[in-house]
Design a protein around this ligand. Structure first.
Ligand SMILES: [Zn+2]
Length: 212
């Protein structure tokens, strides 16, 4: 699939899974010095490949008739400061709940390690501004995910599939946290417990074959 075809496929999936509503949320895929991004003002489940603009890493429009998403500066800032090849941004419900009430999402489940551990909430700034892009870049340092205060979430990956799965995981972790708060006080995993998970992952159990 070409980068623009990928944007259509994952845009549809984001709507199907309820991660985005209407024209909110945007995705991009980097290929060399070019970035294919979802356009401004088109619902993510109505995209066709030709609708998706292609920009260079400085933000000049290279291909397409529609304007790139207003969050394109944030996507470009992320590409400039990370190894990411894809960026996914949504206003998913539970991610936005956490981003509206907290300064970070603590690791209450070991799967948070897949996103780099504690997820930071970038301070609020107006959407589409260089200020917001700068906050997001800092919040993503050493992470695959960040939240943006009173706004939503952003995840990165080596592929769009990876970045998309990171968004699903981020939303799941936020939902578990919010639901856990309704039952009691969620226990946060200690650094030692998280280290032990990393060790376990490097030393998985081996199941020897039963002798014939
Ligand atoms: Zn947004």
């Amino acid at each position: 699939m070409s980068p623009r075809e990928q944007l259509c496929a994952y845009g549809r999936r984001a709507v199907e899974l309820g991660l985005v509503i209407g024209t909110s949320g945007n995705l991009s895929v980097r290929q060399g010095d070019l970035v294919a991004v979802t356009p401004s003002g088109v619902a993510l489940d109505r995209l066709t490949p030709e609708m998706c603009p292609v920009v260079d890493v400085e933000g000049h429009l290279v291909e397409g008739d529609l304007q790139p998403s207003s969050e394109t500066p944030m996507h470009l800032a992320v590409y400039a400061s990370t190894q990411a090849q894809a960026v996914v941004h949504t206003h998913s419900v539970f991610g936005t709940v956490v981003a509206t009430t907290m300064t970070e999402l603590p690791p209450i489940h070991y799967n948070a390690l897949l996103l780099g551990g504690t997820v930071r909430v970038a301070p609020y700034a107006t959407y589409g501004t260089p200020e917001l892009a700068g906050h997001v870049r800092e919040a993503l340092d050493g992470r695959q995910a960040a939240l943006m205060a009173n706004h939503g979430g952003v995840t990165i990956g080596a592929t769009l599939e990876q970045a998309f799965e990171a968004t699903r995981l981020l939303e799941w972790l936020c939902e578990v946290y919010v639901r856990a708060l309704g039952v009691g006080r969620p226990a946060v995993l200690t650094p030692e417990q998280l280290d032990a998970v990393v060790e376990r992952a490097f030393d998985p159990p081996v199941f020897p074959r039963r002798p014939a």
